[in-house]
Design a protein. Sequence first.
Length: 310
Amino acid sequence: MPVKCKFCEKPAFIKLHYPRMYLCPEHFTKYFERKVKRTIERYKMLRPDEKILVVISGGKDSAVTAYVLKKLGYRVECLHINLGIGEYSEKGEEYAKKQCEKIGAPLHIVRVKELLGHGIGEVRTRRPTCSYCGLTKRYIFNKFAYDNGFDVVVTGHNLDDEASFIFNNIMNWNTQYLAKQGPVTPSQFNGKLVKKVKPLYEVTEREVVAYALANGIDYEIDECPHARGATTLEWKAILNEMEEKRPGTKINFVKGYLRKKHLFEAELEETELRECKICGMPSSGEVCSFCRFWGLEEPVDFKITGGDTG
Ligand code: Q46
């Protein structure tokens, strides 16, 4: 006899461990959306009138984020950054297009190789690939949002991402990072650093996969070739093992961190920000790390001039 959903006669589709219950696709969908809505309210992430930009990679997390926000009635537009990492990026762009069609949200595309001459992984530098990839993505989505009047940038980070980030940084005692992490990063520097929020902050990766499956959201499953051997995956595996033995480990760990975050904030070394002399965006030095890394002499302008930027 198949196990039934806790709320109806239908067969269960997922067994949740924390709280412990079996749910059918419809009741799981309701449960998931309620949880995201509560997270948004708890951390005061979004207002109904805000213009929202969801950074969509082609993967499950960002697609589910945009889909749920649209369902909850928010004004959503999406940005896909094609990193120029061969077939992985080409597939990512295709998925992002399909996902936005399903979500019913406008999609803007920025292609790193067209914009900066090289894709991620093609630059001759001693800097690790993921380090300058992160720098490039963060700059592009922030500047894109700023240039086009978005109030908030939304990313698809889930509970597993947050727990592994905190775990990694505690193991390495990177107190500066621990002081700045969280579900909401407020707008700073006269709005030039746009507010960033993470609506999937309290849902696990497993729940996101199940939601995508229950709602017919297709996504890229291949991992970026540069992610192989990333320590994040090892931290995630350890946390999954703990969660298996003690359900609730991840959420309790992350909530505990938020309660103790002030201890790390006390150690924060404030860096004075000024305007980059090339692009005018916030920078700790004369030229910001994006313009410096890519050797820019002119600012990159992301203003949408009508329709799709793809
Ligand atoms: S940082 Fe590194 Fe990721 Fe960029 S190079 Fe690939 S693995 S995509 S989240």
